[in-house]
Design a protein around this ligand. Structure first.
Ligand SMILES: [Zn+2]
Length: 172
């Protein structure tokens, strides 16, 4: 604008040239501003891309084979094959876990049913253990108002009594 003002003084008699210069300076400064903005946003974009790339390279690993994962940041596995293998193994482990617990519960239930063919009886802890009873596995707990705690394996329950004895009960 300083140059423009200077030229205005010098060329004050020629109004046509004055208009040309004014237009030239205006368009020039607009173009300059546009180019500067565009350059700045390009530089910023470049840094964002660089940061994303760095994150992928440094931290992401395939949980199945340990290979570095290249590509989208939301990618969890290196390939479809690794994803399938991983998920299949997880499902198998979970199925095995549940099968083992179900087997333990079934065994406990059979022991209680065997020792308590009627609705109610009293058995020693040694008798339960001798048959392979596992006190860690039960399906529910029932607390009476008096403060007694019954452990149930489905409909078969037991209550700890004095001197390592148990009351066995069957729920209707
Ligand atoms: Zn992999």
């Amino acid at each position: 604008m300083f140059i423009f003002n200077g030229l205005t003084v010098i060329l004050s008699n020629d109004s046509t040239l004055q208009t040309y210069i004014a237009t030239f300076v205006l368009v020039g400064s607009l173009l300059f501003t546009f180019i500067c903005n565009r350059l700045l946003s390009l530089i910023l974009e470049y840094f964002v891309v660089l940061q994303k790339k760095y994150n992928i390279m440094s931290s992401k690993q395939c949980p199945e084979c340990g290979e570095k994962i290249v590509g989208r940041t939301d990618k969890k596995f290196c390939s479809d094959g690794c994803r399938n293998t991983y998920n299949n193994r997880m499902n198998k482990d979970q199925k095995n876990l549940m099968r083992n617990i179900n087997n333990r519960l079934r065994k406990n239930w059979r022991i209680l049913e065997q020792l308590n063919p009627d609705q109610k009886t009293k058995k020693s802890k040694a008798q339960l253990i001798a048959l392979g009873f596992d006190f860690n596995y039960f399906t529910s707990i029932y607390k009476t108002k008096a403060g007694a705690t019954y452990y149930f394996v489905y409909d078969q329950g037991y209550l700890s009594l004095e001197n390592d004895f148990f009351a066995l009960v069957k729920r209707d």
